[in-house]
Design a binder for this molecule. Structure first.
Ligand SMILES: [Zn+2]
Length: 102
């Protein structure tokens, strides 16, 4: 499987480490409902099909990424920097293939 790092281009997945599910939303406050914290920390789905995951390019630029891939076919559907995925911005101007979008 090849992953298009926004900084390094297409790289083999062996250069990356997966952290896991990127879809859980952190509760807004430490005083939030304990059940919300429990769900955030411990509960994960194991879907077949499209899934968003955190990956780090440990064998390259060390950037944290959010990779959307099909867990059945391993097709990469999109890649973005984790900071942009969490804030909604795009600091690179590059698309999921790593090419410059301008
Ligand atoms: Zn990289």
């Amino acid at each position: 499987m090849l992953i298009p790092c926004p900084f390094c281009g297409l790289r083999p997945s062996e250069e990356f480490t997966i952290l896991g599910d990127a879809t859980p939303k952190r509760p807004d406050s430490p005083e939030a409902d304990p059940q919300a914290w429990h769900d955030y920390v411990y509960l994960r789905d194991n879907p077949r099909g499209r899934h968003r995951e955190f990956w780090q390019h440990v064998g390259g630029c060390r950037a944290w990424l959010v990779v959307e891939r099909d867990t059945a076919s391993h097709e990469i559907l999109s890649v973005e920097l984790a900071r942009d995925a969490l804030t909604g911005g795009d600091a690179t101007g590059r698309d999921a293939t790593g090419r410059d979008g301008s």
